[in-house]
Design a protein around this ligand. Structure first.
Ligand code: FE2
Length: 273
């Protein structure tokens, strides 16, 4: 293919994308007031995600909203809004994650406006999914730029280790420990740039289902596709420093994934109690 035909086809794709984006924006302007007015927890949470992502809303406000919604849902609410009983057989065949959007939502989660909005949201870096971790599987320690995320244990027993990244110099990071526990159903962890940004997750039960909401690329510092590929910064927590801080080391994905989740000193958290 010549350079000119390559640029012609790229131009053609861009010309097709633009009207689709504009149409999507028009539909969003129509459904967002309905999300705001919906009394169910997820439509208004999704609207809060749009507000932070598209209207410059505060990311810390979104995180605390997310924490409140996940706390109020608990494990039973999480199972209900994800339709866990309905998708369980499918999840058993899945490695890692099952996306929730459009028609994959049960009615308990939201109505037509929510289904449409969640599909449009996925293209804008705002996603809901169910993470599936088998016993011994982990999500290696990593931090994000411009991301708010929350995880709710719906079933199983999950290890969360989280840290605030309070400083960085060269290969080192200064970390302030946050969560360090084994969490049963109802346990949750939320993160933002300023709060528990570094997180490390480990599955303890034979199978663990985690409901997750994520808003990436807040401030839209990057194109959406570039933001997804640059999503994680791996950092391995190391020795404890005076004052209770921990030294972290920025590392490759391979090094982080090869580091075992430390089992010592984990609190047992019964969130259902
Ligand atoms: Fe993450």
């Amino acid at each position: 293919m010549t350079n000119s035909s390559t640029s012609d086809s790229a131009l053609g794709v861009a010309m097709l994308r633009r009207p689709r984006r504009l149409l999507g924006n028009m539909v969003l302007a129509w459904v967002r007031p309905m999300l705001r007015a919906d009394v169910r927890p997820l439509p208004s949470l999704l609207e809060a995600g749009f507000f932070a992502k598209l209207d410059g809303g505060d990311d810390e406000e979104l995180r605390s909203r997310l924490e409140a919604v996940f706390t109020s849902l608990g494990a039973d609410g999480g199972a209900e809004v994800t339709g866990l009983h309905r998708v369980r057989a499918r999840l058993e065949q899945i490695t890692y994650k099952y996306g929730l959007l459009g028609n994959s939502w049960p009615h308990a989660a939201g109505g037509l406006a929510f289904r449409i909005a969640s599909r449009l949201a996925a293209g804008r870096g705002i996603t809901f999914d169910i993470l599936v971790l088998r016993s011994g599987e982990a999500i290696a320690p990593h931090a994000h730029e411009g991301t708010v995320s929350g995880m709710l244990v719906v079933e199983g027993e999950v290890g969360f280790r989280t840290y605030d990244v309070t400083g960085a110099s060269g290969e080192d990071a200064l970390l302030k420990p946050g969560l360090a526990g084994k969490y049963g159903p109802g346990g949750l962890s939320t993160s933002s740039t300023a709060y528990h940004n570094l997180h490390w997750i480990h599955g303890f039960a034979p199978v663990n289902y985690i409901f997750r909401f994520t808003v990436t690329n807040l401030g839209e510092a990057r194109a959406e596709s570039a933001a997804r590929s640059a999503a994680r910064h791996y950092c391995v927590p190391g020795e404890v420093l005076p004052g209770g801080f921990v030294r972290g080391r920025w590392s490759t994905e391979r090094e982080a994934k090869a580091t075992p989740f430390p089992l010592a000193g984990l609190a047992i958290i019964d969130s259902a109690a």
